[in-house]
Structures are given as structure tokens and as C-alpha cells.
Design a protein around this ligand. Structure first.
Ligand code: 13P
Length: 250
């Protein structure tokens, strides 16, 4: 079933990137059709660059945000709504990244509200889940991921407007990755939960793996069952590294 799902190669630039970095987006966009024609390609730059990134991408790749507020507008200094991201040219938004769950204390409930805001604005929500090292050591990985899924997935989502990203917290930015068998176990579990929570749609929702994906390990990780693409942090900052990953889908 997962073979029929068109993969997504996504980059999360986090708090990196200035105007000069648009050259990387341009290069990724230029290479996407020939180097990664079997996948959709998405870059999520900081919000300051979304408009310009959209122009640099020239419609060849998608551009997304990294977070949104749950409300459409109002007195929330420094926040950005899903509607504003959409207006700036985003088609996707990441919600519930572990860095936001940790740095900003975002609960599953808050993440669900943000994901529902994304759907309301016509964006695709990329909902992130994943266990800490301590939770994995304690054998709680599936319990934690299951709780995050049931608590933070938006109501009324479809396979078109929802993507799930499994990002083990201990694998992010560390160079460590789970074994393919461990990835298979968690992605299989997520698929099972999605089918349960979203009858008729859950079988088609894309499940991305994220956490220290590099050109050197991408082929192995992307070949795992129920892995429908990657959410890449550090290695998405240059066209060279990112295309070294996305070209798995040549
Ligand atoms: P790294 O690829 O830098 O480990 O980051 C992964 C991530 O957090 C993507 O959202």
C-alpha cells in the first residue's frame, strides 16, 4: 500500500538562512525535476524568507512554514498565523516539532490546534512526533508516539492535507539514527494508528522519517517500509547535501 504513496523530500531550515541563502533554494528548485522527479520537494525556510523563497522556487518546489499560531489573527505579538503563511506563499507548515514542544512547552492539545489552523487556512500540516532518549531506553517509544498521535492529529484531516513526521528527539542534530528495524517498527505502528484514527485516509497519509538524515544514510532509511520521505534539518541547508538525499527519489 505504501508503495503507491508519492514521497515527500522536505527540508526544515529551522532558525537558519538569510537573503543570500535563497541561492540554495533556487539550486534545489532547478535540480528537483531531474534529480528527485519521483518525489514532491518542500523547503521550510524561516518565515522571513517565505515570500522570497516562493519567488526563488519558481513553482518548481513547495515552500512551507515551521510553525503557526492557532488563531487566524489578533493581538499575539511576534506570532504568525496559518493564513499569513498561506498569504506569503506557503503550502505546508510544520507543527509540533520537538524543538517547539521543548522550547515553547507546546502540548499535544496546542499542536492539534495549530494543525487544525493549518487545515483551516488551506495548508498541509506536517505533524511531528517522536520519543526522547530516556523514553526509548524505558521501552516507551510506541506509547509516547501513540499518545502524541491521538493528542495532536487534527480532526477532519485527509491524506492530502496531513503529513506525519517521526523524529526521534535523540536523533535530531546528533548524527545518531535508529536502525532500519527500529524505524520500520515505529513507522508500522504509526501506519496502524493512522488507519485506526482516520478510516479511509490513514493508509494514504505520508509518514516522513527525520533525524540526522544525510546523503550517506538516506537510501537505507528511505527504503524502510512505511517511510514515505524525509524531514531533513542540517543537511537541507545546502543544495548539494539536500539533493544528495532527495536524489534517492530520482
Ligand atoms: P537534523 O536533520 O539536523 O537532524 O534535523 C532533523 C529535524 O529536526 C528536521 O525537522
Amino acid at each position: 500500500m505504501s508503495n503507491a504513496i508519492r514521497p515527500l523530500a522536505a527540508g526544515n531550515w529551522k532558525m537558519n538562512g538569510v537573503t543570500a541563502s535563497l541561492a540554495e533554494i533556487k539550486a534545489i528548485a532547478e535540480a528537483a525535476a531531474t534529480e528527485a522527479g519521483g518525489a514532491d520537494v518542500l523547503i521550510c525556510p524561516p518565515a522571513t524568507l517565505i515570500s522570497a523563497a516562493r519567488a526563488a522556487a519558481g513553482g518548481k518546489i513547495a515552500i512551507g512554514g515551521q510553525d503557526c499560531h492557532a488563531k487566524p489573527s489578533g493581538a499575539h505579538t511576534g506570532d504568525i498565523s496559518a493564513e499569513q503563511l498561506k498569504d506569503a506563499g506557503a503550502s505546508h507548515v510544520i507543527v509540533g516539532h520537538s524543538e517547539r514542544r521543548a522550547d515553547h512547552g507546546e502540548s499535544d492539545e496546542a499542536v492539534r490546534a495549530k494543525a487544525e489552523a493549518a487545515l483551516r487556512a488551506g495548508l498541509t500540516a506536517i505533524v511531528c512526533v517522536g520519543e526522547t532518549h530516556l523514553q526509548r531506553e524505558a521501552g516507551q517509544t510506541l506509547t509516547v508516539v501513540g499518545r502524541q498521535l491521538s493528542g495532536s492529529l487534527p480532526h477532519g484531516a485527509t491524506a492530502q492535507n496531513l503529513v506525519v513526521a517521526y523524529e526521534p528527539v535523540w536523533a535530531i542534530g546528533t548524527g545518531l539514527t535508529p536502525t532500519p528495524a527500529d524505524v520500520a517498527e515505529v513507522h508500522g505502528f504509526i501506519r496502524h494508528e493512522l488507519v485506526d484514527l482516520m478510516p479511509g485516509e490513514g493508509a494514504k497519509v505520508r509518514i516522513l522519517y527525520g533525524g540526522s538524515v544525510k546523503p550517506s544514510n538516506a537510501a537505507e532509511l528511505m527504503a524502510v517500509g512505511n517511510v514515505n520521505g524525509a524531514l531533513v534539518g542540517g543537511a537541507s541547508l545546502t543544495a548539494k547535501d539536500f539533493m544528495g538525499i532527495a536524489s534517492v527519489y530520482k
